[in-house]
Design a protein around this ligand. Sequence first.
Ligand code: GS8
Length: 221
Amino acid sequence: MSKDEVILLDFWGSPFAMRVKIALAEKGVEYESREEHDLLGKKSELLLKSNPIYKKVPVFIHNGKVVCESVIILNYIEETWPSPSLLPACPYGRSQARFWSDFIDKKVFEGGSKIWNSKGEAQVEAVKEFIGIVKVLEGALGDKDFFGGDSFGFIDVVAIPLTSWFYAYEQCGGFKLEDDCPKITAWMNRCMQKETVAKVIPDPTKVYELVCMLKKMFGID
Ligand code: GS8
């Protein structure tokens, strides 16, 4: 069989693209990352052509076939390269992994964004709301090492990239997540010990610089 051609339309600061890179690293799949250097300005022709609906990264192109939306891409990767599996074997376990991925998708990034794009009382509220969201996640983690149990799996892949923005949220909102959510902080450190994660997650201070740039761009200051 000829070698698969795997291309990722990427942006270094996108937690959604990081998910795909971690899943591919876990599966040992080689790929070519094409950085969208000007994601917030002029997007590449390939991005516009491949994801005409949302015009966002990540876009996954496997032997010419295009898949969009990070969690849909993760499911595609899981089915295409089933080993090692990131999802549990049983249907119930899979349903739970999908439930929490959906919760994370709906709440965490948007909750964090409210912190950096607000001020004053609204920001205080946004910080409270964000801590509440992370506490719910902490409840789902319980005393386990990873969300699915003893080993790093699907929910971890979905969640860990979003934490690369947490330092920026803390700097903007003037709080320390560890004070309220020590278990999530310990889980973050545990995940970061994995090479597949550590090599993908950017330096949090670089993400903070990106957030400061976004604040300027949107006139929030
Ligand atoms: C979100 C992708 C996204 O927001 C997914 O893949 O899961 N639901 C999608 N991508 C951002 C970069 S990360 O903030 C993006 O491409 N933004 C460009 C734009 O909005 O124009």
